[in-house]
Ligand binder design. Structure first.
Ligand code: AP5
Length: 213
């Protein structure tokens, strides 16, 4: 059973690579950012609580995040493997995840994408995402074929609300302060693989595949 976790700063390519890996292994891609954005769009209680926190670039409280991930991992499609993207992001979340999956870190692989902050700012400034299916584009590297229309589902392709300079700075700070200790936690358990996230998407994907062998 494949239990894969992506860790990396905002804009490091977690979503881009996790989607590809999920279709390669035919296991679900579970992105907490996508789940929260869906809750915001649907106007649920979770969405109303998360919206201002996400807009500022801060982290949604651990108890809320652990609850939604626990429910998601209990679904049938996650019983033969999963790819987590954006969770765990704090040491509390990492410890709770150990308890949720039962066997601690047994069989877990954690992929840490390494991308310098300067490259991240450029990637995020030109990122566009499909408002409906979540497909990820980049206006220079991977633009949609027809202007602002998603290649896959035809919905509108837009910039994310938290992709502004102030929120990106806060997200980077949160990553360095709260999420890097999570990488150290997994390193101490010998399940962390560091992957150079700079270069063409296909090359990064090849490095990821190699790191999983
Ligand atoms: P989330 O959605 O997880 O955002 P993030 O971690 O900031 O990561 P991003 O989605 O911005 O980037 P990515 O690494 O997926 O990069 P992408 O593939 O899109 O979380 C959003 C918010 O939700 C958080 O700030 C927080 O408030 C909340 N939240 C979520 N999970 C939480 C949790 N567990 N606890 C608490 N709060 C939580 O790529 C970026 C761009 O670069 C794209 O345009 C892409 O086309 C391009 N690109 C990708 N790869 C390459 C490459 N190799 N070369 C050039 N360009 C590339």
């Amino acid at each position: 059973m494949k239990k894969i976790i992506f860790i990396g700063p905002p804009g490091s390519g977690k979503g881009t690579q996790a989607k590809r890996l999920a279709s390669r292994f035919e296991i679900p891609h579970i992105s907490t950012g996508d789940m929260l954005r869906e809750a915001v769009n649907d106007g649920t209680e979770l969405g109303r609580e998360a919206a201002p926190i996400m807009a500022s670039g801060g982290l949604v409280p651990d108890d809320l995040m652990v609850g939604i991930v626990k429910d998601r991992l209990a679904k049938k499609d996650a019983q033969s493997g999963f790819i987590l993207d954006g969770f765990p992001r704090t040491l509390v979340q990492a410890e709770k995840l150990d308890a949720i999956v039962g066997n601690g870190t047994e069989g877990v692989r954690v992929l840490q994408l390494l991308v310098p902050d300067e490259a991240i700012v450029k990637r995020i400034a030109l990122r566009r995402s499909c408002a409906q299916c979540g497909a990820i584009y980049h206006l220079e590297n991977n633009p949609p074929a027809n202007g602002s229309v998603c290649d896959r589902c035809g919905a509108e392709v837009v910039a994310r609300a938290d992709d502004n300079e102030t929120a990106v700075r806060t997200r980077l700070e949160a990553f360095h302060r709260q999420t890097l200790p999570v990488a150290t936690f997994y390193k101490s358990k010998s399940v962390l693989r560091e992957v150079d996230g700079v270069g063409p998407v296909d090359e990064v994907f090849e490095r990821i595949e190699k790191s999983l062998t």
